[in-house]
Design a protein around this ligand. Structure first.
Ligand SMILES: Cc1cc2nc3c(=O)[nH]c(=O)nc-3n(C[C@H](O)[C@H](O)[C@H](O)COP(=O)(O)O)c2cc1C
Length: 488
């Protein structure tokens, strides 16, 4: 695994996966446009070494392919982590639902890689406090023309539950207001926001530290939808099979990654009025509108001697965040299967921007089974925000959206197979009747039987006889060659 983002960049360079751009570029929109062109092209990670107004290089598109996403986690495919989790569960075989949920924490702890405290850290080589701790030093990019300002787009926001002391690390964008304040865009369903509510009740200022960069697994872990009582840095240690090194912040008591590139320390005061945040060109492909969010105040900035500033742009999908979400989809499949073992696979295609569309394949066993599974999923962590869930039989490859749509559209009788319900929806949903509360649609696209009132015959999918396939395969290359020769 990598002790720093620098080590990871060396590997990427050797593999032809890093493009250094040394011409001067503007953090206002220009970096965004260049990054966008490469992201759509399956291009390399980008290191902008001459950014107007700052001495610090900007790193974009770090996770923007299946290969780099896997390399960042030190694996050859995200399914490997899912398999590790599945194996541990198999060995421990928990009985009830409560046992299953607590076992997840236990297994991470049992993995023997809890975060480790250190006394000296590269990220505190440079310490800036008071007026010296100015956000103007950082090359914060503006992503899209109608954005409310420049945004930190890959921050690891570190907070602690004031009741349990358990740490949370979440990726919540931060709009720069001025040299010493930003917005704190933790949406209400996220754990940073729930810590904030507790501080609000206690009428106490909330310490917040924000890490940028460091070993890439830390950035990924901050995007993972872990249960509230699980520390993301414990999870990161489990993924990388070595403890995350932490050091105490300089101006508050929160521990921060010793190997990060930059730390911004500060606080959010729950007594202070919220401030307008946004608009922001969001990962839905539309601007999310302005809204009121808490204000983060900077008390110190610490950094490596030669830090890199990591950033990303989101926008019309697919963008880099698709690959972070894809890793989560694969890594968390065994956890969904632990609660709902009939699930064979699931997939959230990029156009559905995670919360809008989930295809699920199941081993259907009884009438109404698809409805049981969709309702189970709406009760499972952030899947509560899923707008449309489509359940298919287990012979459908749900990771192939065109196959999933084809089968689903053939298999449904809309009036019979669609379930509308209501519940919490993503804060970014701009269509729901009310903000954050709206309707959801579950579609049962499985084969129907008499137990579901369907007494007609269900047709077979068209496939060729295997013996014919084998016969034609013995000479088909010859025909292909002749066909290719026609074009010469
Ligand atoms: C690039 C990127 C930006 C994100 N921005 C936000 C954001 O501004 N606000 C938010 O609540 N979630 C945002 N998320 C999603 C959260 O990081 C994700 O839901 C994570 O699980 C939250 O952590 P938590 O479950 O500990 O609260 C973003 C994710 C990515 C990949």
């Amino acid at each position: 695994m990598f002790n720093s983002v620098g080590e990871f960049l060396e590997i990427l360079k050797k593999q032809g996966e890093l493009l250094e751009i040394d011409r001067e570029v503007n953090p206002y929109l220009e970096i965004s446009e260049i990054s966008h062109r490469f992201v759509n092209n399956n291009g390399p990670a980008l290191l902008f070494t001459h950014v107007k107004g700052s001495k610090i290089p900007v790193l974009q598109n770090l996770f923007a392919s299946e290969k780099r996403m896997s390399l960042a986690l030190g694996i050859s495919h995200p399914d490997e982590i899912g398999d590790r989790i599945r194996n541990i569960y198999k060995q421990k075989a928990p009985e009830g639902l409560a046992d299953k949920l607590t076992l997840f924490t236990t297994l991470l702890e049992a993995a023997k890689y809890p975060p480790k405290s250190v006394k000296n850290a590269p990220v505190q080589d440079v310490i800036l406090k008071g007026k010296d701790a100015s956000l103007d030093l950082l090359p914060i990019i503006t992503c899209w023309p109608k954005d409310g300002g420049p945004y930190f787009t890959l921050p690891q926001v570190i907070t602690e539950d004031p009741e349990t002391g358990i740490r949370n690390v979440g990726m919540y964008r931060m709009q720069k207001y001025d040299a010493y304040t930003t917005g704190m865009h933790w949406q209400q369903h996220k754990h940073g926001a729930s810590h904030f509510q507790k501080y609000r009740q206690l009428k106490k200022k909330m310490p917040v530290s924000v890490a940028l960069g460091g070993p890439p697994v830390l950035t990924y872990a901050s995007t993972a939808p872990l249960p509230e009582n699980i520390d993301e840095y414990l999870f990161a240690g489990f993924i990388q099979k070595s403890p995350v090194r932490l050091i105490k912040s300089v101006t508050n008591d929160l521990k921060v990654p010793a190997d990060a590139d930059i730390i911004i320390e500060g606080y959010v005061d729950p007594e202070e009025d919220f401030r307008m945040e946004g608009p922001f060109g969001d990962h839905t492909g539309f601007y999310s509108l302005e809204d009121l969010y808490p204000v983060f105040h900077v008390t110190a900035i610490t950094m490596r001697k030669n830090p890199v500033y990591p950033s990303t742009i989101v926008g019309v999908p697919p963008m880099e965040d698709y690959w972070l979400g894809y890793a989560t989809e694969r890594i968390f499949l065994p956890l969904a299967q632990m609660i709902l073992p009939e699930i064979r696979d699931y997939h959230m295609p990029p156009e559905g921007v995670f919360h809008n569309l989930v295809f699920v394949s199941i081993r259907k066993q009884y009438p109404g089974h698809a409805f049981k599974v969709m309702q189970g999923l709406w009760g499972l962590g952030l899947l509560m925000l899923a707008k449309v869930i489509i359940i298919l039989d287990d012979d459908v490859d749900v990771r192939n959206p065109s196959e999933a749509w084809w089968v689903a559209l053939n298999h449904i009788d809309p009036k019979r197979d669609i379930l509308f319900t209501r519940g919490p929806v993503d804060d970014l949903d701009h269509a729901s009747q009310l903000p954050s509360f709206g309707s959801k649609m579950g579609i049962d696209a499985t084969r129907k039987g008499p137990g579901e009132g369907f007494t007609r015959r269900w047709p077979d999918k068209i496939t060729m006889d295997q013996s014919i396939i084998d016969t034609v395969s013995t000479y088909f290359d010859e025909l292909k060659k002749k066909s290719n020769d026609l074009k010469k």
